[in-house]
Write a protein that binds this ligand. Structure first.
Ligand SMILES: Nc1nc2c(ncn2[C@@H]2O[C@H](COP(=O)(O)OP(=O)(O)OP(=O)(O)O)[C@@H](O)[C@H]2O)c(=O)[nH]1
Ligand SMILES: [Mg+2]
Length: 439
């Protein structure tokens, strides 16, 4: 997964918000602190993090909650918007005939991205072709040719000829019947005079419509330096951030690029030609925050659970009987793996409070609980606190189980009850919120 560390930290922060008793200054401060920590760990620039957190705080505490939205939803929406604003805008590379020149330092991912882009245009029904203008690194020709052959993409290169500019000139002529021409260039260790010279000459000959700078996501916030330097020297039309699948610093790279006012066109999320994504800030952030996942789980939950299955309101008011627990377990079992559901539901806070064992309520166990409960009186079912050792003995004899089994059921109930208490005031509907936010 792309940037899963940052994603899960941010999701945890939001879950805290969802699970909080109420939204006051303390809660907001705490959540903002968590968000700060998550962003700093992803190598987002400190100043940027501070600026963003004060925006979130200020807006969360001062802005009026829009009608039809509750304070929780409002804060989540603010966090979502502020995160979008730090990753900035995206560059749109249109689907039309064009020449694209790839630039970037050594090893940043230019050649891989060249093949990914070919694949991208192919999938959109266009006819891409590739020119290898990397005469610097031995093996560059073969690497690109192999990739293009696999994709059936026309390729032009000249083994052994050091004249990159001449190659580009001939390649453009040779491949003119194709509609998207992608020129892969050589990288150097740093942005030195030789590299700039060569880029300028190729630029002059190719007259590219787009110059895409490929940056390795692992450089984190240093991405701003590189983006600036390349932009100052030959100008860039957009950035591709590669290797976002394998670095914890992706947040730093994305936000740093946006700080230079450059736009991000694509992100690289793996080594194969299909591992390229068009960069769309809003979709990217909603995925990072797990909103899609949460949304689909909520939908699933709402399909499966009818109102009588779970009386959430009553449980939140503190009444949580053994009967409630049983019907809740039953309903949860309908939906599949308990742990997953508990963690994804907006009751997320609850997931954190229960130990792993708590999720292992198998059907066998459920049957056992049912048998025990059949031996209880209504009074006991509604008020399990009445069940002392004498009653435990009676219930175990009546159900043919051990007293320990009864104790286990009671213990389980208590644990669930405590988790429920933590949820009080947590009336929150993620699905509704997302509809409001137009997702
Ligand atoms: N995991 C992962 N690896 C990538 C990604 N993009 C590129 N790589 C890997 O990074 C390494 C360098 O990629 P290249 O495409 O050869 O980089 P380059 O910029 O063309 O390098 P030079 O031509 O030497 O300047 C290769 O091993 C790629 O497989 C990505 O998005 N994810
Ligand atoms: Mg290369």
């Amino acid at each position: 997964m792309v940037m899963d560390k940052l994603g899960s930290s941010l999701q945890d922060a939001l879950k805290k918000l969802v699970g909080a008793g109420r939204i006051d200054e303390r809660t907001v401060t705490e959540v903002v602190k968590d968000i700060q920590r998550a962003l700093l760990q992803a190598d987002v620039n400190v100043k940027l993090v501070m600026k963003m957190s004060s925006h979130i705080k200020e807006r969360a505490l001062k802005e009026e909650v829009p009608p039809g939205m509750n304070p929780r939803e409002h804060v989540i929406k603010i966090v979502y918007q502020e995160l979008i604003s730090i990753v900035g805008r995206s560059a749109d590379i249109p689907l039309k005939p064009q020449t694209i020149m790839m630039i970037g330092l050594q090893g940043s991912g230019k050649t891989t991205t060249t093949s990914k882009l070919s694949r991208y245009f192919q999938r959109k029904g266009m006819k891409p072709a590739v020119i290898c203008a990397d005469t610097f690194r031995p093996g560059a020709y073969q690497q690109l040719k192999t990739l293009c052959d696999k994709l059936n993409v026309p390729f032009y290169g000249e083994v052994g000829n050091p004249d990159a500019v001449g190659i580009v000139e001939r390649g453009l002529a040779e491949l003119e019947k194709n509609d998207v021409l992608i020129v892969d260039t050589a990288g150097r260790h740093s942005l030195e005079a030789d590299l700039i010279d060569e880029m300028e000459q190729i630029h002059e000959i190719a007259q590219p419509d787009y110059k895409l700078l490929v940056l390795d996501g692992a450089i984190g916030q240093q991405a701003s330096e590189q983006a600036r330097a390349f932009n100052d020297s030959i100008g860039i039309s957009g950035v591709v951030i590669s290797k976002l699948d394998g670095t914890a610093k992706g947040g730093g790279a994305l936000s740093a690029v946006s700080e230079t006012n450059s736009a991000i066109a694509f992100i690289g999320v793996g080594e194969t030609p299909d591992d390229l994504e068009k960069f769309e800030p809003d979709r990217f952030i909603s995925r990072l925050l797990g909103m899609g996942d949460i949304k689909s789980l909520i939908e699933k939950a709402e399909e499966t659970l009818s109102e009588e299955d779970i009386d959430m309101e009553a449980m939140m008011r503190g009444r949580f009987t053994l009967k409630d627990m049983y019907s809740q377990l039953e309903a949860m079992n309908k939906m599949g793996p308990m742990k997953q559901i508990m963690q994804m539901l907006p009751l997320g806070g609850m997931g954190a409070k229960l130990s792993d064992d708590a999720y292992k309520v198998t059907e066998d166990k459920m049957k056992g609980y049912r048998v025990l409960m059949d031996s209880m009186t209504d009074e006991e079912l509604l008020n399990p606190r009445l069940i002392g050792s004498a009653r435990i003995k009676r219930i175990s004899m009546g159900s043919g189980s051990s007293p320990d089994a009864v104790r286990e059921l009671l213990k389980y109930h208590k644990m669930m009850q405590n988790a429920m208490k933590g949820l009080r005031g947590g009336k929150f509907n993620m699905q509704k919120m997302m509809k409001k936010m137009g997702m």
